[in-house]
Design a protein around this ligand. Structure first.
Ligand SMILES: [Zn+2]
Length: 261
């Protein structure tokens, strides 16, 4: 099998393709409404408009949350959401909550942080940004989730990898995700990623939020909304289409395992 190669473009930050987030979000809006999702605005301070989308109804067995675009230099996340919406193969028995882009102003500037310079994915312990404050307000109004998924990219990664936070008794889906992505792009072989121990692209971080001053979204979700959380990281030194397919394959593998459980 012939796997795609790294473009060797990134130096110190993401230097690859960018997207027109306004256009992508309009496409997401259109595709979601065509397939019966309902939209709920979370924050409307133009040009920063954040929306959540919901599919299914309250009396379903399971509830899954998926978010993307919290870092404005990680375009594969919102594009993967668009692709998943277009494929429209969601398990019908599951209720979904979807937030395609948490940091529109960061995308407009192609920066990790929002336009005020705040890394939103470090703002979930004592939120100061309007984006995260509005996001948490929404989350507090929703019931808990059986599974939460956050889509990300890493400009330094040598391949795809994931974080798993799991306090359930069920068997882990991590290996199945890695196996699904293996057919799309390389898996990061590093034994240490971002200072954490990794094995075959899987990081299972020590869970002690008290020791962390700044919380990422996944920490908030794991502490307050769900006992099972995955952060999926596409390697952003590969072609954008490859990273989108990697995230799509990973999400689909996760949904397969959620249906089986
Ligand atoms: Zn990220």
């Amino acid at each position: 099998m012939h796997l795609p190669q790294s473009l060797r473009l990134n130096r110190g930050s993401y230097l690859g393709e960018t997207i027109d987030i306004t256009r992508v979000l309009a496409q997401i809006d259109h595709t979601a409404s065509r397939h019966g999702w309902t939209r709920r605005p979370i924050l409307e301070h133009p040009p920063t408009t954040i929306s959540a989308f919901r599919r299914g109804h309250g009396n379903t067995q399971k509830r899954i949350y998926l978010s993307a675009g919290i870092h404005g230099d990680e375009p594969a996340g919102p594009l993967a959401v668009l692709e998943l919406l277009a494929q429209n193969t969601w398990p019908s028995e599951i209720e979904f909550w979807l937030i395609p882009c948490l940091n529109p102003s960061g995308f407009a500037a192609n920066t990790r942080a929002n336009s005020a310079g705040r890394d939103l994915n470090r703002d979930y312990r004592q939120p100061t940004s309007p984006e995260v404050q509005a996001h948490i307000e929404l989350l507090e109004s929703l019931p808990d989730f059986d599974l939460t998924i956050c889509l990300h990219e890493d400009w330094e990664a040598k391949g795809f990898y994931l974080y798993e936070l799991d306090a359930t008794d069920s068997s882990s889906a991590a290996e199945a995700i890695i196996e699904a992505v293996t057919t799309v792009c390389p898996i990061d072989p590093s034994t240490k990623i971002d200072g954490r121990r990794a094995s075959d692209g899987i990081i299972r971080p020590e869970i002690d939020p008290a020791t962390r001053a700044e919380w990422p979204e996944a920490f908030y979700l794991f502490q307050h909304k769900s006992r099972l959380s995955y952060t999926l990281e596409a390697p952003s030194d590969f072609a954008l289409s490859v990273r989108v397919q990697a995230l799509v394959a990973a999400v689909r593998a996760l949904l397969d395992s959620a249906v089986r459980d």
